[in-house]
Write a protein that binds this ligand. Structure first.
Ligand SMILES: C[S@@+](CC[C@H](N)C(=O)[O-])C[C@H]1O[C@@H](n2cnc3c(N)ncnc32)[C@H](O)[C@@H]1O
Length: 324
């Protein structure tokens, strides 16, 4: 147990350092963060932090997390050795030139805080923001925000839907989706996923067994038709493109996603691909022959750590005047 003499010695030892007295004077008047103390005292962070660590041990400091900062202030006991010693120190220093200087700089720091609250932080962070902002983990939210542009209630077809990955995402956006595939096994997996998710979904999904070369949908009946990683599995992709163009309403879109032309022959053997990707000219030719407008084709390179072909997204609109 500490004797009264020992604790008094600790009080005087703490107060024997002029910087610690200055810090206490400031924190008694205002709650401050380390950066503000550095500015007022004209000292480096390491020095200020070292003194704060000593003061924290006395129990005189309280701290509060404020966003990414910690703000400190002094709490003086209402009686006892610290109360008496500090009252004496405060009164003795009231007219000290250093105290006057500190008070002037304190007022300036508070004025700066007021005029730039919020701005200061971002100004100082600048280019490091992208690393810091990971804390928000908002990739999904951003994707959702973007998709708010999609008008709910649109009817779309997902050709070669497989296990319905894209179809379910589209339904989640509030769209009414018909997913077509010739594999009953794939569609059963898709239906199971949908049943597990269905509650609370705003859109709808219907899965139908059919061939992409001969779609069981009426002409001009959907707002968009997607074929996601399907063309390379088809015997006659140009015919499937023509079918997609047929079922889309005038003004609607055909959206194709697949590999660019490549030479990864192993994909034929191991993944059953019939086509090693497609050249933009070939796609443009097929879409044009199907009566669609010139496509917008974007190329997407694979992750550099993976030896995979580049992919494309091709978007083509059916002219408003089209009657097919
Ligand atoms: C590589 S998977 C892609 C599935 C899905 N679109 C995706 O991205 O996960 C190709 C799908 O096309 C289907 N498929 C292949 N030939 C087809 C055809 N002639 N008509 C309809 N579907 C076909 C397959 O059953 C398979 O589900």
């Amino acid at each position: 147990m500490t004797t009264p003499a020992e604790s008094l010695q600790k009080v005087f030892k703490t107060l024997s350092d002029p910087t610690r007295i200055r810090i206490l004077r400031l924190l008694e008047q205002e709650e401050l963060i380390v950066g503000e103390l550095m500015d007022i005292l004209g000292m480096a962070q390491s020095r200020v932090s070292r003194h704060l660590a000593v003061l924290r041990e006395t129990g005189l400091l309280a701290d509060r997390r404020d966003g990414t900062f910690v703000a400190y202030h002094m709490i003086l006991p209402e009686e006892g050795q610290w109360h008496d010693a500090w009252t004496l120190a405060r009164e003795s220093l009231a007219s000290d030139p250093m105290s006057e200087r500190d008070d002037t700089l304190l007022r300036r720091a508070l004025a700066a805080r007021k005029s730039s609250s919020g701005r200061n932080f971002f100004d100082s962070v600048g280019p490091e923001w992208d690393a810091l902002r990971r804390v928000f983990g908002d990739d999904l939210l951003r994707a959702r925000a973007t998709t708010m542009l999609v008008q709910p209630g649109l009817r779309v077809a997902d050709i070669g839907t497989g296990t319905g990955v894209l179809a379910l995402e589209l339904a989640d956006l509030g769209l009414d989706v018909v997913g077509i595939d010739r594999s009953e096994a794939m569609l059963e997996a898709a239906r199971q996923k949908w049943r597990a998710l269905e509650q609370g979904k705003s859109g709808s999904v219907e899965f139908r067994v059919a061939d992409a070369h001969d779609l069981p949908l009426e002409s001009n009946s959907v707002d968009a038709a997607f074929a996601h990683m399907v063309l390379h599995s088809l015997e006659e992709p140009s015919r499937a493109v023509a079918e997609m163009a047929r079922i889309v309403k005038p003004g609607g879109q055909v959206i194709l996603v697949d590999f660019m032309l490549h030479d990864h022959v192993w994909m034929k053997q191991e993944l059953g691909l019939l086509w090693l990707g497609f050249a933009p000219d070939t796609l443009t030719e097929w879409l044009d022959a199907a009566g669609l407008e010139r496509p917008r084709i974007t190329q997407h390179d694979p992750d550099s750590t993976r030896d995979l072909p580049a992919s494309f997204v091709a978007v083509s609109r059916k002219p408003e005047t089209s009657a097919s």
